[in-house]
Design a binder for this molecule. Sequence first.
Ligand code: TRP
Length: 351
Amino acid sequence: MAESKNIILTGIRPTGALHIGHLVGALSSNVEIQNKGDYSRMYGMIADAQGLTDNFDKPEKVHENVMEVVLDMLAVGYDPNKTVMFIQSEVSELTELTFYYMNLVTVARLQRNPTVKTEISQKEKFNGGIPVGFFTYPISQAADITAFDANIIPVGEDQLPMIEQAAEIVHKFNSIYGETLVTPHAIVPKSEAAARLPGTDGNAKMSKSLNNCIYLKDSADEIAAKVKTMFTDPNHLRIEDPGNTTENPVFIYLSVFAKPEHFAAFLPEYSNYEELAAHYERGGLGDVKVKKFLNSVLQETLEPIRERRELFARDPDAVMEVLRVGTEQARAAAAETVSRVKRAMKLNYFD
Ligand code: TRP
């Protein structure tokens, strides 16, 4: 088999423990990509500096969540022998690249970035005005990507404008200073894995502040309690009533997590999701029964992840060592890019 030339980079902001939305939206597919092995190098970056761009007044929050997030990553199968796991702020070359790329981006272009636009419009977030660091984070993200010559960037839909803007910066840089940087391409996990999981309360988004998440580190009891109080179809009052499955988080979760093995083990009257959903829609199937099944499915799915997490959590020094080694590798690669960039920009006085 020919050596793959792909360099893959994934990034996660450490601003909270990861939940099952992250698992289906990104983590599972990242691990699948990692284990397929079609790359010369794969990076898993913990984007703490980016996390600070909208949490600059909460340094403890970002600091503490670096450990939470690395434990979550290891628990779901990130393997430090395959993925270079590192901390963004420890690679100072990234801020250096950001400064140079700032010359290549206009204020108007940043204002048009749909992701930045949406985040800025969530006004309560920035009642003291928009920090320049936040406003320019797409530029810093271009640095994260290009520093490692990454050509494949697995992301969720919401991040597509970021990768597009990074590619623009690459083209502009290369056209002014000569072929230097690698153009990144986004890949978005397909099908059901890409489904955005709603919160347990039926809100479209799972978010810590809404208190509607099921975390990868939740205990069996916490999972059971959360499933028990989940929002379902408010019009499904009596068991005989026809029910709605499409706006019902219990069914949305089942459509993502319930495999035929789960039906065979816990609910053998049905052989798959479609049969169960059809019965609920017809009427005659109660929420309690469906929730009990969802609980079994989630317990089965999350138990091995939680156990691995607990194992790693017992040795935090070893976990930090994983990040230290990864960060050193990342720094070496980024330093090589910075000298290439500076040479291209004629900032190489002492060569
Ligand atoms: N912005 C990404 C997120 O919020 C995290 C991130 C930072 C990232 N730098 C990156 C993702 C570089 C991909 C490539 O999820």
